[in-house]
Design a binder for this molecule. Structure first.
Ligand code: AOF
Ligand code: ZN
Length: 362
């Protein structure tokens, strides 16, 4: 018989910190999701997460939950945090200094912060004050958690998710320009959750014309992502859903610019269109983009090497004839999930994989 230890490990507490961080999903961009847990002799004394852009950081949120009766135990506790504590004065004061001021003696960090104001300086502040620091506990999971933020810091563009559904034969849509629902209700529900998690959603002109999508988050919680549509000649009718003011929208066109940016002019509709758009998104603080179609636009992102994650929903619907679905290149299947009768496949570019491990979620 194998005997199991009842003692909680570093990984158990870091897993809790990461789970807490996910509660800030869709609310903290362009900041990363971060979670923190304060542990005294194997028991959780306080825990918290970054809950909104500009709001208190995870470490401070965790400290705030410690009861008055237990505050005396803080210096004898270990702090688990999913990202290196910050070292700068931003919208919030530096967490590393706060940890030192609280006289916490041990900090376990999942991954360092690549942001230019931090980049190891948080670690330095802690170490110089004599705090014992361990870095790298559940680093893979923490990098996945903060992948949108990491991508902006390391690749200088938003994190890009490509999403599409395809028929049993691998078709994206019917040949006729008619709208055809491929995904089942379960997948559609999930798609709405995905929209809520990203800073911006984009479609091409033809998809906007044929599907007339609203592209809004109608889940009743979370923020409204920016809607982006390509409409070079401003041909979409003003009655179109995307033209209504229910969410911030960029109509990318070659004709007019408008203060408030509803009409976003791009001079170059050639090869530079997508790279320029990504720079504009980054400049306006949008850390992630989900591209929902059409096939031509999705293929342009793939061909330009401009993607980080592809979510392909394989459906049992047959179309007979159809428009070919986008073709991924140098892609690796990382995860799959049955969505009732549909099957979701998640791919990443093979040259920069974040390995999927149990417990990771989208
Ligand atoms: C932490 N804990 O919970 C978060 C951190 O403008 P501010 O003050 O909110 O700072 C944002 C930056 O702080 C962000 O770019 C990232 O480097 C770090 N986020 N750091 O110690 C947290 N959310
Ligand atoms: Zn901080």
């Amino acid at each position: 018989m194998r005997l199991y230890s009842l003692r909680m490990t570093h990984e158990d507490f870091m897993r809790r910190a990461i789970d807490l961080a996910y509660l800030g999903q869709g609310l903290v961009s362009p900041n990363p999701m971060v979670g923190a847990v304060l542990v005294h002799q194997g028991s959780i004394l306080g825990e918290g997460f970054h809950a909104g852009y500009g709001q208190v950081h995870a470490e401070v949120a965790a400290l705030q939950t410690v009861s008055d009766a237990q505050r005396g135990l803080i210096p004898e506790s270990t702090l688990y945090v999913s990202l290196e504590p910050c070292a700068h004065q931003g919208k919030q004061p530096p967490c590393a200094n706060r940890i030192v001021a609280e006289r916490i003696k041990k900090v376990v960090i999942a991954t360092l912060d690549p942001y230019k104001e931090v980049q190891g300086r948080g670690l330095e502040i802690l170490q110089q004050a004599g705090v014992a620091v361990e870095v790298g506990c559940m680093e893979q999971e923490a990098r996945w958690l903060a992948r949108r933020f990491f991508t902006v810091q390391e690749r200088s563009r938003p994190y890009i998710i490509l999403k599409w559904a395809q028929s049993a034969e691998g078709y994206f849509a019917p040949l006729s320009n008619a709208r055809k629902q491929l995904s089942n209700a379960f997948s559609m529900e999930l798609l709405h959750q995905w929209r809520r998690q990203e800073a911006a959603i984009m479609v091409g002109y033809k998809t906007a014309l044929i599907d007339n999508p609203k592209l809004t988050n109608r889940s009743g919680s979370g923020l409204q992502p920016l809607r982006i549509v390509l409409d070079r000649t401003l041909a979409l009718a003003t009655t179109h859903h995307l033209m209504q003011d229910d969410a911030a929208t960029w109509i990318i066109n070659a004709k007019k610019e408008q203060p408030g940016l509803k009409y976003f002019k791009q001079a170059d509709f050639g090869d530079k269109l997508l790279p320029n758009l990504l720079q504009d998104l980054k400049h306006h603080g949008h850390n992630s983009l989900i591209v929902e179609g059409g096939a031509q636009l999705l293929q342009a992102f793939i061909d330009g090497g401009l993607w980080d994650e592809a979510r392909v929903i394989h459906t049992p619907v047959t179309l007979g004839k159809g428009l070919a679905a986008p073709l991924l290149k140098d892609a690796e299947l990382m995860a799959q999930e049955h969505l009732d009768t549909d099957l979701l496949h998640v791919y990443q570019p093979s040259d920069r994989l974040i390995s999927f491990v149990p417990g990771m979620r989208l």
